[in-house]
Ligand binder design. Structure first.
Ligand code: ZN
Length: 136
């Protein structure tokens, strides 16, 4: 099981890392470490042939699975489809889901969980260009 490390923390940010995704194992939730208030983010990995050992459903939250490496199958209720590196799968609340790795290499993914219908403004409607001297 991989553990995250808190690398930097300020009044307005938190930086945590689970390290190299090539060596990442298990499942790691990071909301508590970052202090996130709008979503839960987890890193997960499944070895070849493995699925999450249970189906689960959410009452109020949607989930967005982003596949970073490997390939497999995704099931939502009784529908099944192939997924692979680069896939993004959004799942509504109130349905069963599971994920299985079918590639020879492990499948690594991120899951972002947030309240369904809560995103009211984003990108151009929420962001604004600001003036600041770069220290990078
Ligand atoms: Zn979930």
């Amino acid at each position: 099981m991989s553990e995250f490390k808190i690398l930097d923390k300020g009044a307005k940010y938190a930086h945590v890392s689970v390290g190299s995704l090539k060596n990442f194992e298990g499942k790691q939730f990071i909301k508590e470490a970052t202090g996130a208030t709008s979503c839960e983010i987890s890193f997960g990995t499944l070895p070849s042939g493995a699925a999450v050992p249970f189906f689960h459903s959410h009452k109020a939250n949607e989930e967005n699975y982003i596949i970073l490496s490997g390939a497999g199958r995704f099931q939502v209720n009784d529908e099944v489809f192939d997924i692979a590196e680069g896939s993004v799968v959004r799942v509504s609340p109130g349905c069963d889901r599971n994920i299985k790795c079918t590639s020879a290499e492990p499948m690594t993914y991120i899951c972002i969980q947030a309240k369904d219908g809560s995103l009211e403004q984003y990108t151009a409607t929420d962001a604004e260009i600001t003036e600041r001297k770069s220290l990078l």
